[in-house]
Design a protein around this ligand. Structure first.
Ligand code: ZN
Length: 154
């Protein structure tokens, strides 16, 4: 038997990283609706069935509150939790830099000028690179945040 390791999406991800991802999946940060929001957006990843909605309260150019809801695979949901933890309290510009840095980790965005962003725990998701189909799962909430921020700027 030459069983292919497709079922285990986390298959090759190292143990430490797996723990970080599972921790965010089991105990998501900033999950739920906001009482007050200035913008929101929804994202879908039909390839995997992941769904994310992001709400933000932006005041004076800063993300004062952020909340997400959704369902889908562990990668999409833990990435959403990490995303909210990473950008909460940041300015919109800083959050945009974080989105760019996160995409750059997957080779998707060009290097942006300015100070490099410390991704911290988010680097746990770098292992997803080995599963190209899963990159969309990891990026879903980030693209959704980007959309919400862009809508807020209109
Ligand atoms: Zn997924």
């Amino acid at each position: 038997m030459n069983a292919r390791n497709e079922g285990g999406a986390m298959g090759g991800v190292e143990e430490l990283y797996r723990e970080v991802i599972l921790d965010h999946f089991k105990s998501p940060r900033n999950k739920g609706k906001l009482n007050r929001k200035t913008s929101s957006s929804e994202g879908l990843n039909p390839l995997c069935g992941d769904q994310i909605s992001v709400e933000v309260l932006i005041e004076n150019g800063r993300i004062k509150e952020i909340g997400f809801e959704g369902h889908g695979c562990a990668i999409s949901q833990s990435s959403a939790s990490m995303m909210t933890a990473a950008v909460k309290g940041k300015t919109v510009d800083e959050a945009a830099s974080a989105v760019n840095a996160f995409k750059r980790m997957f080779g998707i965005a060009e290097a942006a000028p300015g100070t490099p962003v410390e991704l911290g725990d988010l680097e746990a998701l770098e292992g997803v690179k080995k599963y190209p189909v899963r990159i969309k799962c990891a990026l879903l909430s980030w693209n959704t945040l980007q959309q919400a921020m862009s809508d807020a700027g209109k």
